[in-house]
Design a protein around this ligand. Structure first.
Ligand SMILES: Nc1nc2c(ncn2[C@@H]2O[C@H](COP(=O)(O)OP(=O)(O)O)[C@@H](O)[C@H]2O)c(=O)[nH]1
Ligand SMILES: [Mg+2]
Ligand SMILES: [Zn+2]
Length: 311
């Protein structure tokens, strides 16, 4: 019997790049062009709202070629919120982790970005991993170790990295070899140098995060996934605002500060914002050392909508 006469079984594929009415997908170990089945296009003015890079899709090999028959549920998403319309646009679906790079020097260490970045990761459903880079440029690490300890205590992975000495590079490689990762950080922290050390010639456009939050240059290139040597995928994604937060209500912000939850039951008021109320369990814990002051300050910065100024 002719193989084409049997009903082709759907196979799972990964969307690497978007195309007009279709995508380049990774299936059976190869990159192929696939077209979106008509019903997936119906009612769509902009097909990118239906599938995104990183999407898991069901494809079938038809006589006319590969066809995307369906879209599997998303586990996570890196989204960008449009500034004026507040619409969310998915840049990378099913992202597993973001490596947030902060240099210890040149440019100066900017720990005040960390809380926002971790909330963005939490909201998106992916892991935020902190890379403290350019360790070779500092002689005394104690202050940075202290920050690392704070976040490790909250369950966040923190890796010290130097492409000059090779410190931490293998640890990053091992993590990148599973799932889909993205690399982000302020300009100059060493994103391109690290990616080049991990895989020469990859040539990704990495996400630049401006210290003046959300005010940076906004690029419009489309996202794409690139195979990482030894397994895994690296997302190439535009936009300094990829990790910006929409305006959050105070109670939404505090929910992301997981270590506050243990002390909130001690607040006199059930709806305590931990800002100006008397008998606040969270503020008391900050005074007693049960909550790190740096995290409480981070909370205030976000609640009060403080822009991360140039320091
Ligand atoms: N000393 C030192 N310099 C580094 C390191 N990583 C990158 N650099 C330098 O920092 C500058 C900015 O690096 P680049 O990778 O372009 O940063 P990007 O803007 O984040 O992509 C370049 O001059 C690099 O050579 C490092 O680990 N140690
Ligand atoms: Mg670069
Ligand atoms: Zn309180």
């Amino acid at each position: 019997m002719n193989a084409a006469a049997t009903k082709p079984a759907n196979i799972e594929a990964l969307v690497l790049r978007l195309r007009h009415r279709g995508a380049v997908v990774f299936v059976d170990g190869a990159e192929v062009e696939a077209t979106l089945r008509g019903r997936l296009l119906q009612g769509e003015h902009d097909f990118t709202s239906r599938i995104a890079v990183g999407e898991r899709v069901a494809v079938a090999h038809k006589p006319e070629g590969w066809v995307i028959e369906g879209v599997l549920p998303r586990r996570s998403a890196l989204s960008r919120t449009r500034r004026v319309t507040h619409q969310e646009q998915v840049l990378v679906a099913n992202l597993d982790r973001a490596f947030f790079m902060l240099s210890l020097a040149q440019p100066d260490f900017r720990p005040h970005l960390i809380d926002r970045l971790l909330i963005a990761a939490d909201r998106g459903g992916f892991e935020g991993v902190l890379l403290f880079t350019k360790t070779d440029l500092v002689t005394d690490r104690s202050a940075f170790e202290d920050w690392a300890q704070l976040y490790r205590g909250l369950g966040v992975k923190v890796i010290f990295v130097s492409t000059a000495t090779g410190e931490g590079v293998e640890a990053v490689r091992v993590m990148m070899q599973a799932g889909v990762s993205v690399v982000a950080g302020q300009s100059g922290v060493g994103k391109s140098t690290l990616l080049n050390a991990l895989q020469p010639g990859l040539g990704l456009v990495t996400a630049e995060i401006s210290p003046k939050w959300g005010k940076g240059r906004h690029t419009t290139t489309a996202s794409s996934l690139h195979a990482f040597v030894g397994g895994g995928w690296l997302a190439d994604t535009p936009g300094v605002r990829s990790f910006s937060l929409p305006r959050l209500e105070t109670h939404e912000v505090s929910a992301y500060f997981s270590e506050f939850l243990r002390f909130a039951p001690n607040c006199r008021f059930a709806a305590c914002t931990h800002l100006h109320e008397p008998d606040c369990g969270v503020k008391t814990a900050v005074e007693d050392g049960g909550i790190d002051e740096r995290r409480y300050e981070g909370y205030l910065r976000i609640v009060e909508g403080v822009e991360e100024e140039q320091e």
